[in-house]
Design a protein around this ligand. Structure first.
Ligand SMILES: [Zn+2]
Length: 366
């Protein structure tokens, strides 16, 4: 495949930045993309839809069904810009049917769930929410050849038994409880393997796959069981990139690869068993990991490991996501690592195990 990743800075949609991506953010792009409304969300916000290309291969793509998972949305717009401005020849091969923000209420409130506090990715069989119904209606109307289900994953995700952060994760969801290798599953596996092959040279060791337990309440599993090859894409965390701008770039490359691989039939050359060679996800990471901190608890003194995580909190006045640290766990925490780590082994500073522990630790880290 001839992919022009080196032109990323030319086609990246620069007005999309950071974690807080809402309807308002994507409405800034109407000079490039035109939207129509396919319905209203649970709290009456428009759910936008756009189309790119005019070809026979139909791909249905939705992002932000979890409102606070915005990285893949940014990546998606970058990828659309690529096909619109850099590599235009495929516009007559494919038609992309896109819902960039399926859960605009969750996006606005910066929550995973929708306005009714329902996880839309557990609503595929009951279809109890407007958002779920509109997605299913669009699926029924379009009858796509492929579905792309776009998400973000938390910073805890690592690659198999390593301390390497999972920058990108994928899944070819199961179509039944036996995890049968149906034609549609195999097709999804091949497309994912072609992404893995292409991206491996850029982020080797940072790509993983999700466990494939079947859950009929998940949208991907449902569409897969209806024999539509469906791919789950997950943007992960790496290093100190809390705006996930680097991950966005790699997710954009993953989307470009998948779409190109499908339109050129490149994926058909791939042995689907390559999919199983992609290492599985683990959850060995924390945002900050402190090793061997000396703690005083009453008269007891001991050393322990401390895992600190960030809560992502929307600051409405600044329209920004703030990171609020909290102590997640203390103890031996075998097999755990941090995106940021400090080893206190040779540090005899003693921390009292009281309500100020977190603040005192953070002061020390600064
Ligand atoms: Zn998600």
């Amino acid at each position: 495949m001839e992919l022009k990743f080196d032109k990323y800075n030319e086609f990246r949609i620069k007005s999309l930045f950071g974690r807080y991506i809402t309807n308002e953010s994507i409405l800034q792009l109407t000079e490039i993309f035109s939207y129509s409304e396919i319905g209203k969300s649970s709290n009456n916000l428009p759910i936008y839809y756009l189309k790119l290309g005019s070809g026979p291969i139909k791909i249905l793509i939705w992002s932000q069904m979890h409102g606070n998972e915005s990285t893949s949305t940014k990546a998606l717009f970058d990828a659309l810009s690529y096909f619109l401005h850099i590599d235009k020849k495929h516009l007559s091969d494919f038609t992309l049917h896109i819902i960039p923000i399926l859960n605009p209420d969750g996006a606005l409130l910066y929550t995973r769930e929708n306005f009714n506090k329902i996880d839309l990715n557990r609503d595929a069989s009951s279809l109890s929410q407007n958002e779920s119904i509109f997605l299913k209606d669009l699926y029924d109307k379009i009858k796509p050849h492929y579905c792309f289900n776009l998400h973000d994953q938390r910073s805890i995700y690592s690659v198999a038994d390593t301390n390497k952060p999972s920058i990108l994760s994928f899944l070819s969801p199961a179509a039944d409880t036996n995890k049968s290798e149906t034609n549609s599953r195999i097709t999804s596996m091949k497309v994912i393997s072609s992404i893995n092959k292409e991206l491996n040279s850029l982020i080797k060791g940072h790509i993983s796959r999700y466990k494939d337990d079947y859950n009929p309440n998940c949208v991907g599993d449902t569409f897969q069981s209806l024999n539509t090859p469906t791919l789950l894409f997950e943007s992960g965390h790496f290093d100190n990139d809390y705006n996930r701008e680097n991950t966005r770039k790699y997710m954009c490359f993953a989307l470009i690869t998948a779409i190109t691989s499908i339109t050129t039939n490149e994926y058909k050359k791939i042995d689907y068993s390559d999919y199983y060679k992609i290492p599985e996800n683990t959850t060995y990471l924390s945002d900050i990991f402190l090793r061997n901190v000396l703690i005083k608890n009453g008269i007891k003194e001991y050393r322990t490991n401390i895992s600190i995580m960030y809560n992502e909190v929307l600051d409405k006045s600044a329209n920004k996501i703030m990171l609020e640290p909290f102590i997640d766990k203390k103890g031996l925490l075998r097999n755990m690592f941090g995106h940021f780590e400090i080893d206190f082994t040779n540090n005899d500073k003693m921390f009292k195990n009281d309500d100020n522990l977190l603040n005192n630790l953070l002061k020390h880290i600064d």
